[in-house]
Write a protein that binds this ligand. Sequence first.
Ligand SMILES: Cc1ncc(C[n+]2csc(CCOP(=O)(O)OP(=O)(O)O)c2C)c(N)n1
Ligand SMILES: [Mg+2]
Length: 276
Amino acid sequence: MKKIEELTFISRQIRIDVVKSLAEAGSGHLGASLGLADVFTVLYFSVLNHRPDKPLWEDRDRLILSIGHVAPVLYAALANAGYFPKQELMTLRKLGSRLQGHPGRDHGLPGIELSAGSLGQGLSVAVGMALAAKMDKKLWKVFCINGDGEMQEGSIWEAAMSAAYYKLDNLTTIVDRNKVQIDGENSDVMEIEPLVDKWKSFGWDVLLCNGNDVSKLLKVFSKAKSLSGKPKVIIAETLMGKGVKTIENNYKWHGKVPAKEDVYDFIKQINNAYNF
Ligand SMILES: Cc1ncc(C[n+]2csc(CCOP(=O)(O)OP(=O)(O)O)c2C)c(N)n1
Ligand SMILES: [Mg+2]
């Protein structure tokens, strides 16, 4: 099987797992979890240097999820990569589960690098880790996932400024550019454009990419890897709800889940999107 076909197959599985686990939970964030399925697939199955059998391997690349609300796609990627048994996905948000609505390091789930949920913090943590790696002369890399609504947090720009100052070319952040957030379009809440110019002016290398195309994502990560001297940001253009046509690009699905009786239809739509 070709690499791209394999990754595409995995991203479909991750989308299905996200839908099933959220429907079982009865609450949570479906929209951006579906939108980010391709980014997580490419990261966990191609880009990251990691060992699911040894989650705390010292030389692993670190993936910092700043937008903790998309925990379902992180959990689905980790389970499919072999960090923990897939059946545990169905315990999402249940009392006592290691899979809480937002990731918590102290819940004992392997592969979780940061307790997250309060927006605007992950990039600062990623900067600290990347700086630590540089100081210790370690070769591992740091990747961060941010939301576009999250760009409205002032702390993002403080972190961005420091990353450029310290020339952290071992840091790549991915901005989920779905153009929507909890209450509507980013531009109706607080415009974040011109986003490329903003990052450039903060001293970052900026790459734009279709975040719902695994082959384009592979290329952009490879391009990012080849750049040195500055931190890198990949602005990944995604669709909220990607794969389930009837909910795509609708901000009302930021924090909604399908009813159990709709799961079959949602999975059917995902399979149709993949010509399955
Ligand atoms: C500091 C903070 N403020 C508000 C929230 C509530 N909140 C959770 S997700 C979200 C929307 C963020 O927008 P975006 O990053 O675009 O995520 P998307 O809606 O695309 O999933 C908000 C306001 C939060 N988690 N943390
Ligand atoms: Mg958004």
